[in-house]
Write a protein that binds this ligand. Structure first.
Ligand code: BGC
Length: 248
């Protein structure tokens, strides 16, 4: 595997990319950010990814790109929080064509999961690790002995009659103005369901809100150890780069 990779994180407000040192799991140069086009259709996003890569003057090599949806063989097949036109799109082919680089897409939470296991909060952890990202939705990565089981989509479990992410994502906390305590009650309910189904050794919690982990994670009342992600907002880019390097 190459020691240098390149990752792009496709988010709701920004598309961010950086070269990644795959030995250290760190950015090898400053990140570039471009506003996410609206609507964020596949063609519009592909044009922005191409524009971003031009800024690295062809040095990017193989590129990994995160997508907040189910991904199989480079094709996106769900779109809970993104433009519906992504469904059925062969994003590997589209982005490879648009950028002139070999591109491999990966679910955003799966990217964060492989990064946390390789370099972060779950480094060296044997057995089952469940990484969740709390953002607009809830993403999940299921990793066993360092091997990812992709597309777990545990954010869409039905909990108390609701799509779990509609009640427990960080967007629900913000939209409903929940206190940290009230939100932690919902998270407790959510993680107890995942705990009962999966019996992981460890939960890792990522997403932008994980920088405030000390305000809510100690209030999540479950038996399994639960820790904040270590890579913070670098996890998507680093994980996408690692995924793409492994795919080559
Ligand atoms: C999507 C997942 C994604 C998660 C976090 C969910 O709504 O279904 O694919 O990983 O949001 O972005």
């Amino acid at each position: 595997m190459d020691q240098r990779g390149f990752g792009v994180d496709f988010g709701g407000s920004g598309i961010k990319g950086a070269p990644v040192d795959l030995v250290a799991g760190e950015f090898a140069a400053d990140r570039v950010r471009i506003e996410t086009p609206q609507p964020a259709t596949p063609d519009a996003v592909a044009a922005v990814v191409a524009e971003l890569l031009v800024q690295f003057r062809g040095t990017a090599g193989t590129v990994g790109v995160t997508v907040p949806g189910v991904v199989r063989h480079g094709v996106v097949s769900s779109a809970a929080n993104i433009d519906a036109s992504w469904i059925g799109t062969d994003a590997d082919a589209l982005l490879t064509e648009a950028t002139g680089h070999e591109v491999h897409i990966v679910n955003d939470a799966d990217a964060a999961g492989v990064a946390e296991v390789a370099y972060g909060a779950a480094r060296g952890q044997q057995g089952l690790v469940v990484v969740t990202t709390l953002g607009t939705g809830i993403g999940s990565a299921v990793v066993h002995d360092g091997v990812l089981v992709p597309n777990s989509e545990l954010g869409h479990l039905e909990v108390d009659g609701h799509d779990a992410e509609s009640r427990a994502a960080n967007s629900a906390r913000e939209a409903e103005g929940l206190s940290w305590e009230a939100w932690a009650e919902r998270l407790t309910r959510y993680y107890r369901v995942v705990e009962a189904l999966m019996s992981p050794e460890l939960f890792v919690v990522g997403g932008g809100v994980s920088k405030h982990a000390q305000l809510f994670l100690p209030l999540v009342d479950i038996k399994t150890p639960i820790v904040p992600a270590a890579l913070r907002n670098r996890a998507g880019i680093v994980g996408a780069a690692l995924h793409a390097a492994r795919a080559v």
